[in-house]
Design a protein around this ligand. Sequence first.
Ligand code: FAD
Ligand code: UDP
Length: 377
Amino acid sequence: MTTRTEYDLVVVGAGFAGSVVAERAAQRLGWRVLVVEQRDHVGGNAADMIDANGVLVHRYGPHIFHTNSDAVWRYLGRFTKWLPYRHRVQASLGNTLVPLPFNLNSISRVFPLHRAREISEALVSEYGAGAEISILRLRDNPNHAIRRLSTLIYEQVYLGYTRKQWGLSPDELDPSVTARVPVRIGKNDEYFTDRFQGIPTDGYSALIERILAHDNINLMLGTDYHDISPTIRGRLLVYTGTIDRFFDFRFGELPYRTLRIDFKHTRGPLLQSVAVVTHPGHAEYTRSTEYRHFTGQSAGGTTLSYEYPGPHLPGETTPYYPIPVPESRNRYRKYRDIAKTISNDVTFCGRLGRYQYLNMDQAVAQALATVSRLART
Ligand code: FAD
Ligand code: UDP
Protein backbone atom coordinates (compact mmCIF):
# COMPACT_ATOMS: atom_id res chain seq x y z
CA MET A 1 0.00 0.00 0.00
CA THR A 2 1.38 3.48 -0.87
CA THR A 3 1.18 6.32 1.62
CA ARG A 4 -0.16 9.51 0.15
CA THR A 5 1.04 12.84 1.47
CA GLU A 6 -1.67 14.73 3.24
CA TYR A 7 -1.74 18.45 2.42
CA ASP A 8 -3.66 21.13 4.25
CA LEU A 9 -4.30 22.79 0.93
CA VAL A 10 -4.12 21.83 -2.74
CA VAL A 11 -4.01 24.78 -5.16
CA VAL A 12 -4.77 24.29 -8.84
CA GLY A 13 -2.94 26.84 -11.01
CA ALA A 14 0.31 28.75 -10.48
CA GLY A 15 -0.81 32.11 -11.87
CA PHE A 16 -1.06 35.18 -9.65
CA ALA A 17 -4.20 33.94 -7.88
CA GLY A 18 -3.01 30.41 -7.08
CA SER A 19 0.53 31.42 -6.18
CA VAL A 20 -0.53 34.13 -3.74
CA VAL A 21 -3.05 31.78 -2.10
CA ALA A 22 -0.30 29.16 -1.72
CA GLU A 23 2.23 31.60 -0.25
CA ARG A 24 -0.17 33.13 2.26
CA ALA A 25 -1.40 29.71 3.38
CA ALA A 26 2.18 28.49 3.77
CA GLN A 27 3.65 31.57 5.42
CA ARG A 28 0.79 33.07 7.37
CA LEU A 29 -1.07 29.91 8.35
CA GLY A 30 1.86 27.49 8.38
CA TRP A 31 -0.03 25.04 6.14
CA ARG A 32 1.49 22.38 3.93
CA VAL A 33 0.53 23.26 0.37
CA LEU A 34 0.64 21.47 -2.98
CA VAL A 35 0.42 23.60 -6.14
CA VAL A 36 -0.52 21.76 -9.34
CA GLU A 37 0.09 23.56 -12.65
CA GLN A 38 -0.61 22.06 -16.05
CA ARG A 39 1.88 24.26 -17.87
CA ASP A 40 5.60 23.62 -17.62
CA HIS A 41 6.11 27.02 -15.99
CA VAL A 42 4.60 29.24 -13.31
CA GLY A 43 3.09 32.72 -13.76
CA GLY A 44 -0.13 31.84 -15.61
CA ASN A 45 -0.94 34.26 -18.39
CA ALA A 46 1.45 36.83 -16.93
CA ALA A 47 4.51 34.60 -17.52
CA ASP A 48 7.47 36.08 -19.38
CA MET A 49 10.71 34.71 -20.84
CA ILE A 50 13.88 35.72 -22.64
CA ASP A 51 13.39 35.03 -26.35
CA ALA A 52 15.96 33.56 -28.73
CA ASN A 53 17.37 37.05 -29.34
CA GLY A 54 17.81 37.93 -25.68
CA VAL A 55 14.74 40.19 -25.37
CA LEU A 56 12.42 39.79 -22.37
CA VAL A 57 8.92 39.16 -23.78
CA HIS A 58 5.54 38.37 -22.20
CA ARG A 59 4.63 34.92 -23.50
CA TYR A 60 0.85 35.45 -23.51
CA GLY A 61 0.69 39.16 -24.39
CA PRO A 62 1.70 42.46 -22.76
CA HIS A 63 1.31 42.78 -18.98
CA ILE A 64 1.68 46.09 -17.15
CA PHE A 65 1.20 46.12 -13.41
CA HIS A 66 -0.97 48.92 -11.99
CA THR A 67 -2.95 49.26 -8.78
CA ASN A 68 -4.44 51.71 -6.30
CA SER A 69 -4.23 49.16 -3.52
CA ASP A 70 -1.59 49.83 -0.85
CA ALA A 71 -2.04 46.30 0.46
CA VAL A 72 -1.41 44.63 -2.92
CA TRP A 73 1.56 46.89 -3.73
CA ARG A 74 3.12 46.27 -0.31
CA TYR A 75 2.56 42.53 -0.54
CA LEU A 76 4.20 42.17 -3.97
CA GLY A 77 6.99 44.50 -2.89
CA ARG A 78 8.25 41.71 -0.63
CA PHE A 79 9.10 39.67 -3.71
CA THR A 80 10.17 42.21 -6.30
CA LYS A 81 11.53 45.65 -7.01
CA TRP A 82 9.86 47.58 -9.78
CA LEU A 83 11.04 49.29 -12.94
CA PRO A 84 9.29 52.69 -12.87
CA TYR A 85 7.42 52.19 -16.13
CA ARG A 86 4.48 54.42 -17.17
CA HIS A 87 2.37 52.84 -19.88
CA ARG A 88 1.65 54.78 -23.06
CA VAL A 89 -0.48 53.50 -25.92
CA GLN A 90 -1.26 54.83 -29.36
CA ALA A 91 -4.15 53.88 -31.63
CA SER A 92 -3.37 53.55 -35.30
CA LEU A 93 -6.14 55.36 -37.21
CA GLY A 94 -5.33 55.08 -40.90
CA ASN A 95 -2.06 56.96 -41.31
CA THR A 96 -2.29 58.74 -37.96
CA LEU A 97 -1.17 57.55 -34.54
CA VAL A 98 -3.16 59.12 -31.70
CA PRO A 99 -2.63 58.85 -27.94
CA LEU A 100 -5.00 56.43 -26.14
CA PRO A 101 -7.05 56.94 -23.96
CA PHE A 102 -8.41 59.32 -26.53
CA ASN A 103 -7.83 62.76 -24.96
CA LEU A 104 -7.48 66.42 -25.82
CA ASN A 105 -4.11 65.75 -27.48
CA SER A 106 -5.73 63.06 -29.63
CA ILE A 107 -8.43 65.53 -30.70
CA SER A 108 -5.71 67.92 -31.92
CA ARG A 109 -4.26 65.07 -34.00
CA VAL A 110 -7.46 64.37 -35.93
CA PHE A 111 -9.22 67.74 -36.24
CA PRO A 112 -8.03 71.10 -37.61
CA LEU A 113 -7.02 73.57 -34.90
CA HIS A 114 -10.20 75.65 -34.70
CA ARG A 115 -12.44 72.57 -34.69
CA ALA A 116 -10.29 70.85 -32.06
CA ARG A 117 -10.58 73.92 -29.84
CA GLU A 118 -14.37 74.06 -30.24
CA ILE A 119 -14.76 70.36 -29.36
CA SER A 120 -12.36 70.55 -26.41
CA GLU A 121 -14.24 73.55 -24.98
CA ALA A 122 -17.56 71.76 -25.33
CA LEU A 123 -16.16 68.71 -23.52
CA VAL A 124 -14.68 70.73 -20.67
CA SER A 125 -17.86 72.72 -20.16
CA GLU A 126 -19.98 69.55 -20.25
CA TYR A 127 -17.88 67.24 -18.07
CA GLY A 128 -15.22 69.38 -16.39
CA ALA A 129 -11.45 69.40 -16.95
CA GLY A 130 -9.79 66.10 -16.06
CA ALA A 131 -12.99 64.01 -16.26
CA GLU A 132 -13.01 60.54 -17.79
CA ILE A 133 -16.08 59.32 -19.58
CA SER A 134 -16.82 56.04 -21.29
CA ILE A 135 -17.40 56.09 -25.02
CA LEU A 136 -20.87 54.59 -24.59
CA ARG A 137 -21.90 57.46 -22.27
CA LEU A 138 -20.28 60.04 -24.51
CA ARG A 139 -22.40 58.78 -27.39
CA ASP A 140 -25.55 59.71 -25.45
CA ASN A 141 -24.57 63.37 -25.44
CA PRO A 142 -26.75 65.34 -27.92
CA ASN A 143 -24.37 68.36 -28.20
CA HIS A 144 -23.49 68.68 -31.89
CA ALA A 145 -19.71 69.06 -31.53
CA ILE A 146 -19.55 66.24 -28.98
CA ARG A 147 -21.69 63.95 -31.08
CA ARG A 148 -19.41 64.45 -34.04
CA LEU A 149 -16.46 63.53 -31.88
CA SER A 150 -18.11 60.53 -30.20
CA THR A 151 -19.16 59.10 -33.56
CA LEU A 152 -15.60 59.41 -34.86
CA ILE A 153 -14.06 57.82 -31.76
CA TYR A 154 -16.66 55.06 -31.62
CA GLU A 155 -16.24 54.13 -35.26
CA GLN A 156 -12.51 54.58 -35.59
CA VAL A 157 -11.19 53.50 -32.17
CA TYR A 158 -13.69 51.14 -30.53
CA LEU A 159 -15.88 49.42 -33.10
CA GLY A 160 -13.33 47.54 -35.20
CA TYR A 161 -11.04 46.71 -32.28
CA THR A 162 -13.89 45.42 -30.12
CA ARG A 163 -15.30 43.28 -32.94
CA LYS A 164 -11.88 41.72 -33.45
CA GLN A 165 -11.22 41.29 -29.74
CA TRP A 166 -14.58 39.95 -28.64
CA GLY A 167 -16.47 39.04 -31.81
CA LEU A 168 -19.08 41.57 -30.61
CA SER A 169 -19.70 45.29 -30.92
CA PRO A 170 -19.21 47.56 -27.87
CA ASP A 171 -22.92 47.85 -27.08
CA GLU A 172 -23.35 44.06 -26.98
CA LEU A 173 -20.78 43.77 -24.17
CA ASP A 174 -21.01 44.80 -20.56
CA PRO A 175 -20.31 48.57 -20.58
CA SER A 176 -17.43 48.02 -18.13
CA VAL A 177 -15.33 46.56 -20.97
CA THR A 178 -15.01 49.70 -23.08
CA ALA A 179 -15.10 51.83 -19.90
CA ARG A 180 -11.64 50.39 -19.12
CA VAL A 181 -10.36 52.80 -21.76
CA PRO A 182 -12.38 55.99 -21.26
CA VAL A 183 -12.25 59.23 -23.19
CA ARG A 184 -10.22 61.68 -21.13
CA ILE A 185 -11.02 65.39 -20.92
CA GLY A 186 -7.40 66.32 -20.29
CA LYS A 187 -3.93 66.09 -21.76
CA ASN A 188 -2.55 63.18 -19.78
CA ASP A 189 -1.38 60.57 -22.32
CA GLU A 190 -0.69 57.81 -19.79
CA TYR A 191 -2.84 54.71 -20.18
CA PHE A 192 -3.37 54.14 -16.45
CA THR A 193 -3.97 56.65 -13.68
CA ASP A 194 -3.28 54.26 -10.77
CA ARG A 195 -1.02 55.41 -7.94
CA PHE A 196 1.30 52.44 -8.29
CA GLN A 197 2.58 51.26 -11.66
CA GLY A 198 5.56 49.30 -12.85
CA ILE A 199 7.15 46.21 -14.35
CA PRO A 200 8.81 43.70 -11.98
CA THR A 201 12.57 44.28 -12.27
CA ASP A 202 13.38 40.63 -12.98
CA GLY A 203 10.10 39.90 -14.73
CA TYR A 204 6.77 38.33 -13.76
CA SER A 205 7.95 34.72 -13.84
CA ALA A 206 10.80 35.50 -11.42
CA LEU A 207 8.31 37.30 -9.17
CA ILE A 208 5.97 34.30 -9.06
CA GLU A 209 8.88 31.88 -8.59
CA ARG A 210 9.88 33.86 -5.49
CA ILE A 211 6.31 33.86 -4.20
CA LEU A 212 6.25 30.07 -4.49
CA ALA A 213 9.73 29.50 -3.04
CA HIS A 214 8.55 28.50 0.42
CA ASP A 215 9.54 25.36 2.30
CA ASN A 216 5.90 24.44 2.93
CA ILE A 217 5.02 24.58 -0.79
CA ASN A 218 5.44 21.66 -3.19
CA LEU A 219 5.06 22.50 -6.86
CA MET A 220 4.05 20.01 -9.57
CA LEU A 221 4.47 21.47 -13.04
CA GLY A 222 3.23 19.93 -16.28
CA THR A 223 0.37 18.22 -14.44
CA ASP A 224 -3.35 18.56 -15.08
CA TYR A 225 -5.10 18.41 -11.72
CA HIS A 226 -7.89 16.27 -13.13
CA ASP A 227 -5.40 13.57 -14.11
CA ILE A 228 -4.07 13.20 -10.58
CA SER A 229 -6.92 14.26 -8.31
CA PRO A 230 -7.69 10.70 -7.09
CA THR A 231 -4.08 10.28 -6.01
CA ILE A 232 -3.63 13.42 -3.91
CA ARG A 233 -5.04 14.22 -0.53
CA GLY A 234 -5.74 17.72 0.69
CA ARG A 235 -8.05 19.03 3.36
CA LEU A 236 -8.96 22.08 1.26
CA LEU A 237 -8.84 22.86 -2.47
CA VAL A 238 -8.44 26.25 -4.16
CA TYR A 239 -9.15 25.96 -7.87
CA THR A 240 -8.03 28.73 -10.27
CA GLY A 241 -8.73 26.86 -13.51
CA THR A 242 -11.95 27.20 -15.52
CA ILE A 243 -14.96 26.50 -13.30
CA ASP A 244 -16.98 24.94 -16.16
CA ARG A 245 -14.28 22.29 -16.69
CA PHE A 246 -14.24 21.51 -12.94
CA PHE A 247 -17.89 20.55 -13.21
CA ASP A 248 -17.43 18.63 -16.47
CA PHE A 249 -19.28 21.34 -18.42
CA ARG A 250 -22.58 20.15 -16.97
CA PHE A 251 -24.31 23.46 -17.75
CA GLY A 252 -22.49 23.85 -21.06
CA GLU A 253 -19.23 25.59 -21.87
CA LEU A 254 -18.59 29.08 -20.61
CA PRO A 255 -17.36 31.16 -23.54
CA TYR A 256 -13.85 32.61 -23.45
CA ARG A 257 -11.77 34.48 -25.99
CA THR A 258 -8.34 33.16 -26.77
CA LEU A 259 -5.37 34.77 -28.54
CA ARG A 260 -2.83 33.60 -31.02
CA ILE A 261 0.34 35.61 -30.48
CA ASP A 262 2.97 35.96 -33.17
CA PHE A 263 6.40 37.23 -32.17
CA LYS A 264 8.68 38.88 -34.67
CA HIS A 265 12.27 39.95 -34.11
CA THR A 266 13.90 42.59 -36.31
CA ARG A 267 17.52 43.72 -36.30
CA GLY A 268 18.01 47.42 -35.79
CA PRO A 269 16.39 50.21 -33.76
CA LEU A 270 13.02 50.39 -32.02
CA LEU A 271 10.06 50.45 -34.41
CA GLN A 272 7.31 52.00 -32.27
CA SER A 273 7.55 55.14 -30.15
CA VAL A 274 5.47 53.53 -27.40
CA ALA A 275 5.17 49.94 -26.13
CA VAL A 276 1.68 49.24 -27.43
CA VAL A 277 -0.07 50.35 -30.61
CA THR A 278 -3.69 49.31 -31.05
CA HIS A 279 -5.03 48.57 -34.52
CA PRO A 280 -8.79 49.16 -34.72
CA GLY A 281 -8.69 49.19 -38.55
CA HIS A 282 -8.08 46.61 -41.24
CA ALA A 283 -5.15 44.71 -39.73
CA GLU A 284 -6.18 41.25 -38.53
CA TYR A 285 -4.39 41.74 -35.22
CA THR A 286 -5.58 44.01 -32.41
CA ARG A 287 -2.31 45.13 -30.81
CA SER A 288 1.37 45.29 -31.61
CA THR A 289 3.67 45.39 -28.59
CA GLU A 290 7.35 46.26 -28.57
CA TYR A 291 8.81 44.71 -25.44
CA ARG A 292 12.02 46.67 -24.94
CA HIS A 293 9.91 49.71 -23.96
CA PHE A 294 8.87 47.92 -20.76
CA THR A 295 12.38 47.27 -19.51
CA GLY A 296 14.63 49.77 -21.25
CA GLN A 297 16.69 46.73 -22.33
CA SER A 298 19.33 47.46 -24.94
CA ALA A 299 19.83 44.85 -27.65
CA GLY A 300 20.91 44.61 -31.28
CA GLY A 301 17.30 44.23 -32.36
CA THR A 302 13.72 44.52 -31.21
CA THR A 303 10.92 41.99 -30.62
CA LEU A 304 7.26 42.78 -31.24
CA SER A 305 4.18 40.65 -30.69
CA TYR A 306 0.92 40.72 -32.62
CA GLU A 307 -2.33 39.48 -31.05
CA TYR A 308 -4.98 37.65 -33.05
CA PRO A 309 -8.12 36.99 -30.95
CA GLY A 310 -10.60 34.18 -31.57
CA PRO A 311 -13.10 31.92 -29.80
CA HIS A 312 -11.61 29.55 -27.20
CA LEU A 313 -12.01 25.82 -27.85
CA PRO A 314 -11.74 23.77 -24.62
CA GLY A 315 -8.93 21.23 -24.84
CA GLU A 316 -7.38 22.99 -27.83
CA THR A 317 -6.71 26.65 -27.01
CA THR A 318 -5.88 28.68 -23.89
CA PRO A 319 -8.73 30.61 -22.23
CA TYR A 320 -7.66 34.25 -21.90
CA TYR A 321 -10.77 36.37 -21.44
CA PRO A 322 -14.16 35.56 -19.87
CA ILE A 323 -16.78 37.23 -22.09
CA PRO A 324 -18.84 39.78 -20.11
CA VAL A 325 -22.31 39.35 -21.65
CA PRO A 326 -25.56 38.52 -19.80
CA GLU A 327 -25.85 35.02 -21.28
CA SER A 328 -22.42 33.88 -20.07
CA ARG A 329 -22.97 35.56 -16.67
CA ASN A 330 -26.18 33.58 -16.23
CA ARG A 331 -24.44 30.36 -17.11
CA TYR A 332 -21.59 31.19 -14.73
CA ARG A 333 -24.12 31.77 -11.94
CA LYS A 334 -25.31 28.19 -12.34
CA TYR A 335 -21.75 26.97 -11.79
CA ARG A 336 -21.27 29.35 -8.86
CA ASP A 337 -24.49 28.12 -7.25
CA ILE A 338 -23.56 24.48 -7.59
CA ALA A 339 -20.10 25.29 -6.23
CA LYS A 340 -21.76 26.64 -3.09
CA THR A 341 -23.63 23.38 -2.58
CA ILE A 342 -20.81 20.86 -3.09
CA SER A 343 -18.78 21.59 0.01
CA ASN A 344 -16.97 24.30 1.89
CA ASP A 345 -13.71 22.54 1.08
CA VAL A 346 -13.47 23.83 -2.50
CA THR A 347 -12.97 27.53 -3.26
CA PHE A 348 -12.85 29.01 -6.75
CA CYS A 349 -10.56 31.94 -7.28
CA GLY A 350 -8.99 34.04 -10.04
CA ARG A 351 -9.93 35.05 -13.52
CA LEU A 352 -10.98 31.56 -14.63
CA GLY A 353 -12.32 30.24 -11.32
CA ARG A 354 -14.67 33.22 -10.86
CA TYR A 355 -15.19 33.95 -14.55
CA GLN A 356 -14.22 37.60 -14.05
CA TYR A 357 -12.20 40.02 -16.20
CA LEU A 358 -9.61 40.65 -13.47
CA ASN A 359 -6.39 42.62 -13.69
CA MET A 360 -3.34 41.20 -11.91
CA ASP A 361 -3.78 43.38 -8.84
CA GLN A 362 -7.41 42.29 -8.53
CA ALA A 363 -6.37 38.63 -8.79
CA VAL A 364 -3.85 39.23 -5.99
CA ALA A 365 -6.42 41.07 -3.84
CA GLN A 366 -8.90 38.22 -4.36
CA ALA A 367 -6.26 35.67 -3.38
CA LEU A 368 -5.39 37.59 -0.20
CA ALA A 369 -9.07 37.76 0.75
CA THR A 370 -9.52 34.05 -0.03
CA VAL A 371 -6.79 33.06 2.42
CA SER A 372 -8.21 35.33 5.12
CA ARG A 373 -11.50 33.48 4.68
CA LEU A 374 -9.84 30.05 4.68
CA ALA A 375 -8.02 30.97 7.89
CA ARG A 376 -11.39 31.17 9.60
CA THR A 377 -12.45 27.66 8.49
P1 FAD B 1 -4.13 32.64 -14.88
O1 FAD B 1 -2.97 33.53 -15.09
O2 FAD B 1 -4.92 32.24 -16.08
O3 FAD B 1 -3.61 31.33 -14.14
C1 FAD B 1 -4.37 30.15 -14.02
C2 FAD B 1 -3.42 28.98 -14.08
O4 FAD B 1 -4.13 27.77 -13.79
C3 FAD B 1 -2.81 28.80 -15.45
O5 FAD B 1 -1.40 28.80 -15.38
C4 FAD B 1 -3.35 27.45 -15.92
O6 FAD B 1 -2.41 26.73 -16.72
C5 FAD B 1 -3.61 26.75 -14.60
N1 FAD B 1 -4.63 25.70 -14.71
C6 FAD B 1 -5.87 25.82 -15.19
N2 FAD B 1 -6.52 24.62 -15.14
C7 FAD B 1 -5.66 23.73 -14.58
C8 FAD B 1 -5.73 22.35 -14.28
N3 FAD B 1 -6.85 21.63 -14.54
N4 FAD B 1 -4.66 21.76 -13.72
C9 FAD B 1 -3.51 22.46 -13.46
N5 FAD B 1 -3.38 23.78 -13.76
C10 FAD B 1 -4.45 24.41 -14.30
N6 FAD B 1 -3.56 42.35 -16.07
C11 FAD B 1 -3.00 43.52 -15.65
O7 FAD B 1 -3.09 43.86 -14.46
N7 FAD B 1 -2.29 44.30 -16.53
C12 FAD B 1 -2.14 43.97 -17.85
O8 FAD B 1 -1.49 44.71 -18.60
C13 FAD B 1 -2.73 42.77 -18.29
N8 FAD B 1 -2.62 42.40 -19.59
C14 FAD B 1 -3.17 41.22 -20.00
C15 FAD B 1 -2.99 40.84 -21.33
C16 FAD B 1 -3.52 39.64 -21.76
C17 FAD B 1 -3.29 39.23 -23.19
C18 FAD B 1 -4.25 38.82 -20.87
C19 FAD B 1 -4.86 37.53 -21.34
C20 FAD B 1 -4.44 39.20 -19.56
C21 FAD B 1 -3.90 40.39 -19.11
N9 FAD B 1 -4.02 40.79 -17.78
C22 FAD B 1 -3.45 41.97 -17.36
C23 FAD B 1 -4.76 39.96 -16.80
C24 FAD B 1 -3.84 38.97 -16.07
O9 FAD B 1 -3.30 38.05 -16.99
C25 FAD B 1 -4.68 38.24 -15.02
O10 FAD B 1 -5.23 39.16 -14.10
C26 FAD B 1 -3.91 37.24 -14.21
O11 FAD B 1 -3.10 36.43 -15.02
C27 FAD B 1 -4.92 36.36 -13.48
O12 FAD B 1 -4.26 35.38 -12.77
P2 FAD B 1 -5.00 34.02 -12.46
O13 FAD B 1 -4.10 33.28 -11.55
O14 FAD B 1 -6.39 34.28 -12.01
O15 FAD B 1 -5.17 33.26 -13.86
N1 UDP C 1 -10.60 49.10 -26.90
C1 UDP C 1 -10.89 49.50 -28.17
N2 UDP C 1 -9.91 50.07 -28.94
C2 UDP C 1 -8.66 50.23 -28.50
C3 UDP C 1 -8.35 49.80 -27.20
C4 UDP C 1 -9.34 49.23 -26.42
O1 UDP C 1 -12.02 49.33 -28.63
O2 UDP C 1 -7.83 50.76 -29.26
C5 UDP C 1 -11.69 48.49 -26.10
C6 UDP C 1 -11.85 47.00 -26.45
O3 UDP C 1 -13.21 46.65 -26.32
C7 UDP C 1 -11.01 46.35 -25.37
C8 UDP C 1 -11.37 47.24 -24.17
O4 UDP C 1 -11.42 48.56 -24.72
O5 UDP C 1 -11.34 45.01 -25.19
C9 UDP C 1 -10.43 47.18 -23.01
O6 UDP C 1 -9.11 47.49 -23.43
P1 UDP C 1 -7.85 47.06 -22.57
O7 UDP C 1 -6.66 47.75 -23.11
O8 UDP C 1 -8.17 47.24 -21.13
O9 UDP C 1 -7.78 45.51 -22.92
P2 UDP C 1 -6.91 44.31 -22.31
O10 UDP C 1 -5.56 44.88 -22.01
O11 UDP C 1 -7.64 43.84 -21.10
O12 UDP C 1 -6.91 43.33 -23.42
